[in-house]
Each structure stands twice: as C-alpha cells, then as structure tokens.
Design a protein around this ligand. Structure first.
Ligand code: ZN
Length: 148
C-alpha cells in the first residue's frame, strides 16, 4: 500500500467517524443541497460569506464514508478562505479526482490530495466531488445540484 492510499484511508476513516462542522450555520447567507443518487449521498451545506470571505461553513448529510469525509475535510479547508480561493480549490480538487489534472499539492494541501486515491475507484469520484459541487452551487446560484 502506498503512503498516499494509506493517508486516504486514514483521512476518510477519521473524518467519517468524527465529521467536522457537522451542523447548521444559523446565520448562513448561502445554502445548497447536493444529491448523488447513484450512491445515495445527500448533503446540505450552509455558508456564511462576509466581504467575500467564508466566515463559517457547516454541513449535514448522509451517505457513504467518502462523501461525508470529503464534506468534512472541505469545510475545514475552506473556512477562512475567500470565495475566489474556494472556487480555485473546487477546480483543483475536481481536476484531481476526475484525473484531468495532476494533484496540485501547493493549492490543495495534504488532506485534499489524500482524496486523489479515489481515482482508483471510478464509482466513488462523484461521492468525493459532491460536497465541492454543492459548495460551488451555494457560492454561485444557491440552487441544489444533482449529480448525474
Ligand atoms: Zn457515495
């Protein structure tokens, strides 16, 4: 087992067992629902944006370990970032798990790069991507998204 797939296992186990920011944000001004019917993953995301900065973010959801762990890690990473930075992370993460871009370690950091392991399980790419698509929807139009 490579170091990266070991890290992938660790991050997913840890964040699935003890999800971070697993709560509604009462004064959120952006929200979106994400749905991945292929796997049965659902996520509701609340974001509080002030002056272009993600001041607070929380999620609730249910589904497989990858989707929930990905949401948990995402909230820890984007909190305190600007909306522009979060969108850049979304694109870098999306490129990494779909295999269209090499993992950008500088942009993503080690916890997100751990999810590059999902490439080995094509059916799980949407699980890892769901929280990020939901964040993108919350930050742009606030509509829900359903991955197809
Ligand atoms: Zn899933």
């Amino acid at each position: 087992m490579s170091d990266l797939s070991e890290l992938y296992q660790q991050v997913i186990l840890d964040h699935n067992k003890a999800p971070r920011n697993f709560r509604e944000v009462p004064d959120a001004n952006r929200t979106a629902d994400g749905d991945n019917p292929l796997c049965g993953d659902r996520i509701t995301l609340w974001v509080k944006v002030t002056d272009g900065v993600i001041e607070d973010v929380g999620f609730q959801g249910q589904g497989c370990a990858i989707s929930q762990a990905s949401a948990s890690v995402m909230t820890t990473v984007v909190k305190g970032k600007t909306v522009v930075e979060a969108e850049k992370l979304f694109r870098a993460f999306h490129g990494m798990v779909t295999g269209t871009a090499e993992p950008d370690r500088t942009t993503l950091g080690v916890k997100l790069v751990a999810f590059s392991g999902v490439k080995e399980f094509p059916a799980r790419v949407k699980c890892a991507n769901l929280p990020w698509h939901t964040l993108h929807a919350a930050l742009t139009n606030g509509d829900g998204i359903t991955l197809e």
